[in-house]
Ligand binder design. Sequence first.
Ligand SMILES: NC(=O)c1ccc[n+]([C@@H]2O[C@H](COP(=O)([O-])OP(=O)(O)OC[C@H]3O[C@@H](n4cnc5c(N)ncnc54)[C@H](O)[C@@H]3O)[C@@H](O)[C@H]2O)c1
Length: 443
Amino acid sequence: MDRREFIKTAAVAGAGLLVLPSGVRGGENAPSNKLNVALIGVWGRGLAHYDSLSGENVVALCDVNEKRFPDALKRFPNAKTYVDWRKCLDQKGLDAVVGCTADHTHAFIANWALNRDLHVYIEKPLAIAVEEARVVRANWLKKKAKLATQVGMQRHAMQNFNRVRELVRDGAIGQLTAAYAWGDRQIRRPGYLPAEGQPPEGFHFDLWLGPSPDHPYNPGYFSGGPGMNCLSWNMYWDFGVGQIGDMGSHTMDLLWNAVDAGLPTSAEAKGEKFNPDVTPVECESHFDHPANDWRGPIRVGWYQGGAMPASPKPYVDLKRIDHGAMFKGTKGYVIADFGSRILLPFGDDSDLTYYKVRAKDAVLPPLGHFQKQWIDACKNPSLKTACDFEYSGNMIEQLLLGLVAYRVGKKLEYDGATGRVTNCPEANELLFRKYRPGWTLNG
Ligand SMILES: NC(=O)c1ccc[n+]([C@@H]2O[C@H](COP(=O)([O-])OP(=O)(O)OC[C@H]3O[C@@H](n4cnc5c(N)ncnc54)[C@H](O)[C@@H]3O)[C@@H](O)[C@H]2O)c1
């Protein structure tokens, strides 16, 4: 069993442990077993965490919009409230943080929480610049024995993720040679919104901007419904990374879970004309990954906003899958959306005799509830999470490097150990973001 399959199996088996290792909290219902949690970003996506946090002590609520507090306090009446997450993280007695803020603050909150020895669940994407992903991952790797992390890619708990992995891993398509993921969401914006009106009372727009460069207030950034408002700001370079941070994080996860890749050795990309305000809608990026212990080198491709990989057969219309992944092997293809997959053997010798369906007891076990997996791991450090900051950090670093390649328009050679592009100095400038004075990424 390889490392990742061991983690997956151990995580589930561990959830049923009767004898807990020393240092681990007590029985399931003991008051001492509850985590003291800060929820940062209490509306929108934050609402999706209320149920899983209801068994814990939510002791701090933070939101830049004070109008969100009364409803949140009805659910978590004992919490203190904050408008600045930096002050919230200084509350004494915290164990863990759930962050559901805008994308440009994720890496900040994650680093600050880790630096205060707090477990972290952060919504996707983990970061919006290569360097941000690297710093968060490095901070967590130093503390992984005691802190649990998870990035909000909850579709990972769908059983199809494991079924796809098993097909690819067990050779149903022969030797894996390439993998492709795509997303077809297309939201076009011409540029940052012009100044319009004033922030409503109780809305701290300056704190919402946080580390990002100054932009005038416009209510258009805040016009979406709960959990959908991210579509009002996530395409702007200073606030997000468009499709990559949006559905792309979920869709690349479907691919990433099956290929056991680390950082790429190269990245190249092409897309629509560069807009300094807005991330591209149509774009595709391609990465080389070295061999690992069960497969040879592979190419990974990411397609968005109308760009699509070629279908292996005209009767398979990939465009009918809005967000999907395809795996190419020496003997065929696996094509998948989040909840289903098809196997397409290819070529005269693709008779499937080389492939053995797993015995029932070797099938990867269900992950269970995704948020609960993290809560369990916070309480018992011997348990693992599926989308920790190493797995998710590598995944988003790759995608963010693709955006850098798109911006410079060159094939980049990448040294993952140092986080430097070795053949294009101007690309190295784009691995970082510039922050407003007073904001520290690794504080
Ligand atoms: N996992 C998923 O399936 C999923 C689904 C939707 C959104 N998301 C992610 O959740 C995040 C939030 O998305 P949303 O649509 O809820 O956005 P949103 O704009 O509605 O923000 C959510 C809440 O966070 C607050 N907030 C924003 N910045 C803050 C800050 N710096 N400090 C404190 N509070 C802050 C907002 O006031 C709001 O109450 C995004 O990163 C998005 O990618 C994930």
